[in-house]
Design a protein around this ligand. Structure first.
Ligand code: NDP
Length: 285
């Protein structure tokens, strides 16, 4: 626990691995300070075998909610009272919200992406090319389908995970999904509107790691997004900007999912700029 709670304050937090400086804590507490909210967001190390007791503890202590990171995003579900629509489809929860006396699991990763995207384009009717089919890829794929994307092409190194996401989208949403095995430099099809890197390629310290994509197929009409928050100016972001594409970086998405979590917990819509500044300080960018 990073701080002793003051019992007059409302509590939220994140259950996950210990980290020296938790970016989420810095970001959420910056928002609480900015808006004069007498709330705390605590970083709490929870071992897998202690998860049931930790959720019971959060209930007993009146937590308004908490985030879950790896390894708890799936395991937490059996300890909750219900799930939001996209969390139920994905089978993963990253944000728990107290509603009355119930703890409800939500997934804000994909919602954060769609919020960032809406600033540039409406997802409805669009063709998304999605690199990656892990937790972030599933969250973005499901939320884009729920937002009315026409077509989603999932490009993944491993067939099993990529096909599983495509099957989920085809069976449970009205979006048309297809799988492409990722071999060589992938060419973005001419009818694509949005390209997303939802893999961990480019994450610190692999600063120059390159997504295997034919950059000559990045047309200026495309919106290109990268989930990597650190560093935000990945090689994909730089390549896409050079080719005139409109770009969303991973910091934008991280802030947007944090905004949604704070809205769920407190009912206040926080200022994203204050939250982004706090993250930039942590990441030194
Ligand atoms: P997972 O481990 O669940 O999935 C990783 C994905 O990346 C898989 O599709 C994997 O492919 C692919 N991948 C990893 N390395 C390579 C490689 N060398 N070549 C090709 N494909 C590769 O991770 P998450 O989905 O949870 O997280 C992915 C990234 O998203 C992380 O960097 C995380 O920081 C970021 N993220 C950002 C958020 C934000 O708000 N900005 C929110 C959530 C996550 P395969 O299936 O073949 O193994």
């Amino acid at each position: 626990m990073s701080a002793a709670p003051n019992f007059k304050q409302e509590l939220t937090g994140v259950f996950g691995h210990p980290v020296a400086e938790n970016p989420s804590q810095a970001m959420v507490e910056a928002a609480y300070r900015h808006h004069g909210l007498d709330w705390r967001y605590l970083t709490l190390e929870v071992r897998p075998e202690d998860l049931a007791a930790a959720v019971a503890g959060a209930r007993a202590m009146g937590f308004a909610g908490f985030n879950c990171t790896i390894p708890h995003k799936v395991a937490v579900i059996e300890h909750l009272d219900g799930l939001g629509e996209s969390a139920a489809l994905m089978g993963a929860v990253n944000c728990v919200v107290r509603r009355g006396d119930q703890l409800i699991g939500e997934n804000t990763d994909g919602k954060g992406f769609v919020t960032s995207l809406r600033e540039l384009t409406d997802p409805a009717g669009k063709h998304l090319v999605l690199f990656g089919a892990g937790g972030a890829g599933r969250a973005i794929g499901v939320e884009m389908a729920l937002a009315g994307a026409r077509r989603i092409t999932v490009v993944n190194r491993t067939t099993e995970r990529g096909q599983a996401l495509v099957d989920l989208l085809n069976q449970r949403t009205s979006t048309e999904a297809e799988f492409r095995v990722w071999e060589g430099d992938h060419r973005i099809p001419e009818d694509a509107d949005i390209v997303v890197n939802a893999t961990s390629i480019g994450l610190y310290p692999d600063l120059d790691a390159r997504l295997a994509l034919d950059v000559d197929t990045l047309r200026p009409e495309l919106v290109v997004a990268d989930v990597i928050p650190n560093p935000p100016r990945t090689r994909l972001v730089r390549d896409a900007e050079e080719r005139g594409c409109r770009v969303i970086d991973g910091l934008g998405m991280l802030v947007a999912q944090g905004v949604i979590g704070i809205e769920f917990w407190t009912g206040t819509s926080p200022d994203p700029a204050a939250m982004r500044r706090a993250l930039e300080e942590v990441f030194g960018c």
